[in-house]
Every structure is written in C-alpha cells, then in structure tokens.
Design a binder for this molecule. Structure first.
Ligand SMILES: [Fe+2]
Length: 288
C-alpha cells in the first residue's frame, strides 16, 4: 500500500513538509509543518501552514495526524496552529524522547513552573515500534535518536519520513552536537533505516541544495546505501562518528535555534501573551 505524498518546500529554512494520504479513504497526515517566522521583525505568519490546509481541502482530505519527526532547531512548528485553527480532532504526535528534550531546554530557557516536561503539550508520544493507521495505510514508528533524542522516522506504507536522520545522499546526515545528540547513536539509527527494503521511498526533512542544485526531497533506501556521502551501506561506525564529529565542530548554531526550540517543545504553541497582550520569546545568553 502506497500513500500519495505531496511535498511542500519552505525556502527560508530549507524545510520539507509533507501531506501524505491514503488514496482509498483520503485520510491524511501532515508531517513537519512550518510556521513562518521573521527573526528581524519578530513577526509570525501562517502562509506556509495555510498552503497545507488549502492543498488538503483541494484534494478532499481529512487530516487525522499532525506528525513531528523531532523538536526542530531550525524552524518553528505550525502543528499547534493547524490543530487549533483547522484540525481540532487530529492527533498531534512526536517521539516519546521529547520529554528529555523538554527537560534539557526547560532549564536553558528557565521556563516557568507551569511548563511541564512530560510531553503533555502533545496528544501522543510514540515509542519505538508503535503502529498507527492513516485510513487503510499501516504506519510504523522507528525511534531514531542521534540527531536529537526525540527523533522518530515514520514508515507509512512504502514511504519513510526520516526527519533529519538522513538528508539527500549528496547532503549526508544532520549534526549530532545539540544537547542530547550522539553520532554513534545516529549511526545505529541509520543502520535500522538501511535494513528497510531498498525500494522504500525516503522523504527527508531538510535540503539546502548542495553544489547549487535545486532543492530535492525524495530518494530511496537503496540510493542512500549506495551514495550517501556520510554513511553508505559499508561505512563503519568509527568512520562515521569521526566524520560527523569533525564536521559538527565547524558548524555555527542554526539561525533560528533559540526561537525555534522554545516553541517546538510546546508543540508549536507560542508563549502566552504578557499583560500588555504581546507574546515574547526568550533569548538565553551564553548557553548554547
Ligand atoms: Fe533537526
């Protein structure tokens, strides 16, 4: 059984969001929706998320799931906005490892005691191997920690949504130097993904068009095993970990990590307005 998959590119952050549905029942999931945030003005808009809503409506889809592959550090999630404004009955889900991410970043942001690091901001916390259905399609959760401790990949029929565990083959893999990241753990997670059939369609979460090529989002497990520049089928753990650590040591922090994570650990909910009606994000100094 194959889902129909429509990709949506967010040019500002290089993020791919997806609308994936069962063509028989037209039940759908939205994967990794993006909230538009302009750091210079502090302005939040919903153009990209509205495009997902419009596309779902145009195809006559019932959105049942709002799936996060992890608490992203490069963009703000639109999942809460989608649930609040359009899909109140959809299940907003993420990997159970979010609790660790929340605990880490609650301390960094010094969030008020009302913030609970228990995942309760989400409707469902997935553990490894858990299954669910999108219409008649069977979906399975693969916990793939390494980039972050809450990373999950979602296998829906023959389509794998990897989050950041794998980029396109010429992009390699995501960094493992955020709090909770671990290159050896990512290597083990990728081995699990590489055990899937070679023809499995792979939909990645970010692409920055290496070498100036156009942004791309779809590949296969076979293509990754043959050609991923960081980890091929025969790449050993020590080789991968050394490469990943060396590369991570050169990377600056993502431009939006500070605004993103404090919102994404709340499932995309913005902070409550203060007594003047204005919402504020926090900027912790000298912590990351
Ligand atoms: Fe990420």
């Amino acid at each position: 059984m194959k889902p129909t998959v429509a990709p949506f590119h967010h040019a500002g952050t290089g993020t791919w969001s997806y609308l994936a549905w069962d063509p028989a029942t037209r039940e759908a999931a939205i994967v990794d929706p993006v909230l538009d945030y302009d750091g210079a003005s502090g302005r939040v808009t919903f153009v990209s998320a509205q495009a997902l809503v419009d596309a779902a409506a145009a195809s006559g889809l019932q959105v049942r799931w709002l799936l996060e592959t992890h608490a992203h550090a490069d963009h703000l999630s639109a999942a809460h906005w989608l649930k609040s404004n359009h899909y109140p009955d959809a299940v907003l889900a993420i990997g159970a490892g979010i609790v660790r991410v929340q605990d880490t970043f609650r301390a960094i942001y010094n969030l008020d005691p009302g913030f609970r690091a228990d995942g309760s901001q989400f409707d469902r916390l997935f553990v490894d191997g858990e299954t669910f259905r999108i219409g008649d399609l069977q979906a399975r959760v693969l916990s793939v920690p390494g980039h972050t401790s809450d990373s999950s990949a979602y296998l829906v029929g023959d389509a794998l949504f990897t989050g950041d565990s794998l980029f396109m083959p010429d992009g390699g893999t995501a960094r493992c130097d955020f709090p909770g990241g671990d290159a050896a753990m990512l290597y083990a997670s990728i081995q699990r993904l590489y055990a899937l059939p070679d023809e499995t369609r792979v939909f990645i979460c970010h692409d920055y068009g290496p070498g100036g090529r156009a942004p791309a989002c779809e590949t296969t497990i076979g293509a990754q095993k043959r050609g991923n520049i960081h980890v091929r089928a025969d790449t050993g753990e020590a080789e991968f970990v050394a490469l990943r650590r060396a590369r991570d040591a050169t990377l600056p922090m993502p431009a939006l990590i500070i605004p993103s994570v404090q919102v994404n650990i709340r499932a995309g909910a913005l902070p409550q307005p203060e007594d003047n009606g204005v919402r504020y994000l926090k900027v912790p100094l000298d912590t990351l």
